[in-house]
Design a binder for this molecule. Structure first.
Ligand SMILES: Cc1cc2nc3c(=O)[nH]c(=O)nc-3n(C[C@H](O)[C@H](O)[C@H](O)COP(=O)(O)O)c2cc1C
Length: 312
């Protein structure tokens, strides 16, 4: 079984991935949050920094492309070649309206002809291995029925499916029955992604869909950083967990100091992380409340290093 770390913009960037891999565990694959390319332009240099080899010393991520045209992809491919990447992922799942309204991410799922045109253009020249990360549709799960023959037309590395609809964002029902029905119709390896927070949930999917051996976990890892070790059958004492989580946070703080100028930028980022991560602690709610009140890095360090022995 292979376990991947999901791309989460602002959360599982190089800072998280480096600190996690060094101190907690190594995933079978990690992915960069999307790098948005539109009309041939990179939108945010900070997104490109995420895949710089100097920022990815413990594990090479799979860079993720967000766009809707082959020529934009070709610009992205140049960037990837520049840094010796051999595999990339295409985002067909981002549900945010500023992306969907521009027919990117999940906004492309209801336009199969545009997806086919983009993939035709990409595969006519690419030297990269390519996978897709998608949802079952933007408005209806039946949209996926038109996507299956299109995906099957290309030599994809794998298809990662988050079985929600774009219109649901990240909440509500996960369409497991539809996933189970559609996954075997794809000729590529399929990876399941969505709401995995325990081994029992992986087992549930494996029972329903025995051909699936790849699982991608996002928020579940922020909430339970030792879920990866549990899945791998590694037993950790409480003291080991405390040490690992302390070292992880020391590295996150050190890298953040390099990336951000001024405590407030750092603190904003830490609040986003702890919105999920506080669940890993016995008294998580109180810790999160205290973190939100911090207005200096020194206060933040005081709160979290006191809290760390509280890890579940
Ligand atoms: C804050 C946030 C940012 C995300 N950013 C990305 C992204 O850049 N690229 C992507 O493919 N998915 C992104 N996702 C979706 C996740 O990769 C994943 O598909 C989703 O969270 C479901 O998996 P999970 O329940 O294990 O978290 C994001 C999700 C969240 C909550």
């Amino acid at each position: 079984m292979q376990i991947y770390l999901a791309p989460l913009q602002g959360l599982t960037d190089w800072i998280f991935r480096e600190a996690y891999t060094e101190h907690i565990g190594k995933f079978d694959k990690t992915f960069s949050p999307f790098i948005r390319v539109q009309n041939g332009d990179f939108y945010r240099p900070s997104q490109c920094n995420d895949i710089l080899p100097t920022n990815n010393t413990f594990q090479t991520p799979v860079p993720q492309f967000l766009g809707n045209k082959a020529d934009a992809f070709q610009r992205f491919e140049e960037l990837c070649h520049q840094h010796q990447y051999t595999e990339v992922n295409i985002n067909l799942g981002c549900p945010f309206s500023r992306v969907v309204d521009k027919s990117m991410g999940a906004g492309l799922l209801s336009q199969p002809a545009r997806i086919a045109e983009m993939l035709d253009g990409i595969f006519s020249t690419t030297k990269l291995k390519i996978s897709i990360k998608c949802r079952l549709g933007q408005d209806e799960t039946s949209e996926f029925e038109e996507l299956i023959p299109i995906f099957n037309n290309y030599p994809l590395e794998e298809v990662i499916i988050h079985p929600r609809l774009g219109k649901q964002m990240y909440k509500g029902e996960v369409y497991v029955d539809e996933f189970v029905r559609y996954a075997p119709l794809l000729k590529h390896p399929v990876c399941y992604n969505g709401d995995i927070t325990s081994i029992a949930e992986i087992e549930k999917i494996r029972t329903l869909s025995p051909m699936v051996h790849r699982f991608m976990i996002g928020r579940g890892i922020l909430q339970q950083p030792f879920l990866l070790s549990e899945i791998r059958g590694q037993e950790l004492t409480h003291d080991q967990r405390v040490r690992m989580i302390r070292d992880f946070h020391l590295s996150v703080i050190e890298y953040c100091k390099k990336k951000y100028s001024g405590d407030l930028h750092l603190l904003r980022r830490f609040v986003e992380l702890w919105a999920y991560h506080s669940e890993a602690f016995e008294d998580g709610r109180k810790i999160f409340k205290n973190i939100k009140k911090c207005n200096t890095l020194a206060k933040y360090e005081g709160v979290i290093f006191k809290a760390i022995s509280d890890i579940k």
